[in-house]
Design a protein around this ligand. Structure first.
Ligand code: FAD
Length: 365
């Protein structure tokens, strides 16, 4: 794993800044990383993946998150697509699609719609059976990595439930429209996906049958939540390193910033944030690896703790660097924009709090 981390670090180098500015990661690089299985590290080895457990995958995700949140976002989408195919698809579907995702093809997952953000039960995208085909109509919004994707996992209504469908990005009737100037993760390839009478073979429906919408969405999102949580740990580590180096090196009032107690307090807060987020993620990953019944709530907790700590920690880091960190392209400025979005996706702060409150109310004693 350390070799893989070093290799990704080498390839990202100091390019994250340029990708953020131009809004693009070179597609060839993404394909290269994908073909080495580096974008969905938990896919089992039988499908060409690394077969990492959640704890090791988390360490790797945090590493990438510290280098570039856009790249980590693309990884989250690829991993979430693979997870959904593996969990919901048949053995045949896994055997067809997973080797593509470890072989260089890129993927994205679409749930959200103009009228269905937090409330995914309001989804109106339809999947209609027609003989041995299915037909998709709808509009997905803000789909991370859709700009790069070769295949899309689209969630829609089907009969009286919901299904996830594997849709080739170049299928007739698919239109992918890039979102201009996102606040953060600017090179993550966010796009709206329009589906207009997209006709596909019926075996594109994962598992071949409908599921209760809440079950389907929770299954797919669980992976994304863990990935985002660990990515936020990476953001915090990058911010802590930048703030500590700056505070140790720059002098004001005749001594290093770090020797002014209020600045030292910021560093302590950042360290605390990084440690708290790491522990929450480690606990959740352990639950995944042990198959613990606490997995669901531990995942929501890890995502919520990491995202809120990252957003606050990045703001603290900008404060410590002040003018030195107050321009686009600086690590802490990028982190500040990227981290804010982590409080919105994969279950916003508010939705996470509602789920945690529900758990608290139902927990015995
Ligand atoms: P709304 O649902 O309109 O919510 C607005 C505010 O109200 C939020 O603060 C929300 O928490 C709060 N709120 C809503 N309902 C409640 C409630 N019941 N109680 C308390 N507060 C509430 N979607 C995908 O399908 N695939 C992707 O890959 C993807 N990537 C994304 C990447 C980024 C960077 C962003 C910004 C979005 C992405 N999305 C993606 C969409 C994302 O899932 C939605 O933005 C998110 O679910 C929130 O929906 P919304 O933006 O419509 O906000």
């Amino acid at each position: 794993l350390s070799g893989a981390m070093a290799s990704v670090a080498l390839r990202v180098g100091d390019l994250a800044e340029e990708w953020d500015r131009t809004g693009l990661i070179p597609r060839d690089l993404l394909r290269e990383l994908g073909a080495e299985g580096r974008l969905c590290a938990e896919v089992p080895q039988q499908y060409g993946g690394w077969g990492l457990d959640s704890t090791s995958s988390g360490a790797y995700t945090a590493h990438v998150g510290g280098l570039c949140s856009s790249l980590r976002s693309v990884m989250t989408s690829q991993g979430m697509a693979a997870w959904t195919i593996h969990r919901l698809g048949t053995a045949e579907q896994a055997a067809v699609h997973l080797p593509r995702l470890t072989g260089g093809d890129l993927a994205a997952v679409g749930f959200s719609e103009p009228g269905a953000g937090s409330d995914l039960s309001a989804m109106t995208t339809t999947v209609r059976r027609d003989g041995d085909t299915v037909v998709l109509d709808g509009h997905k919004k803000w789909v991370t990595a859709a700009h790069y994707a070769d295949l899309l996992v689209i969630v829609g209504r089907y009969q009286d439930g919901a299904v996830a469908v594997v849709v080739p990005a170049d299928a007739p009737g698919v239109r992918i429209e890039r979102i201009a100037d996102p606040l953060g993760c600017r090179a993550a390839g966010h796009a709206d996906v329009h589906l207009d009478g997209v006709r596909l073979p019926a075996d594109s429906v994962l598992g071949g049958h409908g599921l209760p919408p809440a079950l389907l969405v929770t299954t797919a999102l669980a992976y994304g939540r863990m990935s985002v949580a660990w990515g936020c740990v990476g953001i915090l580590r990058a911010c802590l390193a930048a703030a500590a180096a700056h505070a140790a090196g720059r002098e004001q009032f005749g001594k290093p910033l770090a020797e002014h107690q209020l600045v030292a307090g910021h560093l302590a807060d950042l360290y605390t944030a990084e440690q708290v987020a790491t522990r929450a993620c480690e606990h959740a990953s352990r639950c995944w690896d042990e198959g613990s019944p606490d997995q669901v709530v531990a995942t929501v907790l890890a995502k919520h703790v990491s995202a809120t700590q990252a957003a606050r920690g990045a703001a603290t880091a900008v404060q410590v660097l002040a003018s030195a960190g107050s321009r686009d392209g600086h690590t802490v400025a990028r982190a500040y924009r990227d981290a804010k979005l982590m409080e919105i996706i994969e279950g916003s702060n508010e939705l996470c709090r509602l789920m945690l409150a529900q758990h608290a109310l139902s927990a015995p004693g």
